[in-house]
Design a protein around this ligand. Structure first.
Ligand SMILES: Nc1nc2c([nH]c(=O)n2[C@@H]2O[C@H](COP(=O)(O)OP(=O)(O)OP(=O)(O)O)[C@@H](O)[C@H]2O)c(=O)[nH]1
Ligand SMILES: [Mg+2]
Length: 318
């Protein structure tokens, strides 16, 4: 009997972002290689003893003729293809020298973030597209009794902190009051091009045309299939690997994972800590925001251990 052992391939790839932050560079794979004709993020297999960043620098020089000046980890995706196990080690490149062109004859194109979904990519790339489209900071709104104060705090966070992803969390409101607040929050978010996710029942989207739904971990574990359309964003609260697995099974686009640290709001819950956090994120297969005692000063550290960034109420709601 012939037992096939799958090759393990470590690939470094780049999401190169334009100076105006609106576009990302993609390349088309030549028709004669595997996944030929599909689009990809430029990059390739690491040589022996190369680190991800060293390999990325070499590949971008070989494939595009550019030199990386600044790169930050974006996401790591493990994927089983029929013939190999691949680890896509993806970096976000914010600064580079040179004018990129297809040095190997491949087509190369700058594409607005929102249009990425119209290009065919290999199966492993879906989480990467999500990560490219999502910001580093995720605001969860605070409990607020006064509507004028709510509007003022949200407006401040959108304009002064540049928040572009918001979850409307308001456990104490009636359904009617939640819907009314959501309508106003949506207007405020639309003005600056921020996305708004509603924390509640998926049917809320029938009443408020927000960008998506955020599931509590309890709701997440009760569902058997994705409860909203593919063109809406689905996120969920997770606290352990089992919930992360369920989020992946439902096709969540991203999640928060908490509590990273002990917080005043949940003093009795054991914190996850950076060590376990990193291990769990590595296998999540989707963007993960670190939540629980996080501030913007933790964002770089969170990125370094594989997270998309940080989620917080307290750091943005003031
Ligand atoms: N570069 C890159 N490779 C990807 C992406 N998505 C994805 O599944 N892959 C897979 O990862 C592997 C990367 O191989 P590659 O062909 O770029 O490697 P390379 O540049 O070193 O080329 P070579 O081995 O022909 O010299 C391929 O199997 C490719 O299909 C992606 O977005 N970018
Ligand atoms: Mg390549």
């Amino acid at each position: 009997m012939n037992i096939m052992v799958k090759r393990r391939v470590h690939v470094a790839a780049a999401a190169i972002i334009s100076a105006d932050k609106q576009q990302v560079l993609i390349a088309r794979r030549p028709s004669n290689v595997d996944h030929g004709g599909l689009w990809e993020f430029p990059g390739g297999k690491l040589a022996p003893y190369e680190t991800g960043l060293e390999g990325l620098k070499r590949e971008l020089h070989e494939e595009l003729g550019v030199e990386i000046i600044n790169a930050q980890p974006l996401i790591r995706v493990h994927h089983e293809y029929s013939d190999k196990h691949i680890l896509l080690d993806v970096w976000q490149v914010h600064a580079f020298a040179g004018e990129p062109f297809g040095r190997e004859g491949q087509a190369v194109r700058w594409v607005p973030m929102e249009e990425l979904v119209n290009y065919p990519f290999p199966a492993a790339n879906l989480p990467i597209l999500r990560a490219v489209m999502l910001p580093t900071e995720y605001l969860i709104t605070g409990e607020e009794a006064d509507e004028a104060r709510f509007d003022a705090l949200l407006t401040r966070a959108l304009n002064e902190d540049n928040i572009r992803l918001v979850q409307l969390r308001a456990k104490q409101l009636t359904h009617e009051a939640y819907v009314a607040r959501a309508q106003r929050a949506l207007t405020l978010c639309r003005e600056v091009g921020a996305r708004l996710l509603l924390n509640g029942d998926p049917s809320l989207l029938d009443q408020v045309d927000a960008d998506g739904i955020h599931l509590t971990s309890e709701r997440l574990m009760q569902l058997e299939r994705r409860p909203i359309a593919e063109n809406k964003w689905l996120s969920a609260s997770t606290h352990d690997p089992r919930q992360l697995e369920q989020a992946a099974a439902l096709g969540c686009d991203f999640v928060s994972l908490s509590p990273l640290r002990t917080t005043p709001s949940h003093p009795d819950v054991a914190p996850i800590g950076w060590h376990d956090f990193q291990q769990w994120v590595e296998r999540a297969g989707m963007p993960v925001f670190a939540l629980g005692g996080m501030t913007r000063f933790d964002a770089n550290h969170a990125r370094a251990v594989g997270a998309q960034g940080i989620a917080s109420i307290r750091d943005f709601w003031k």
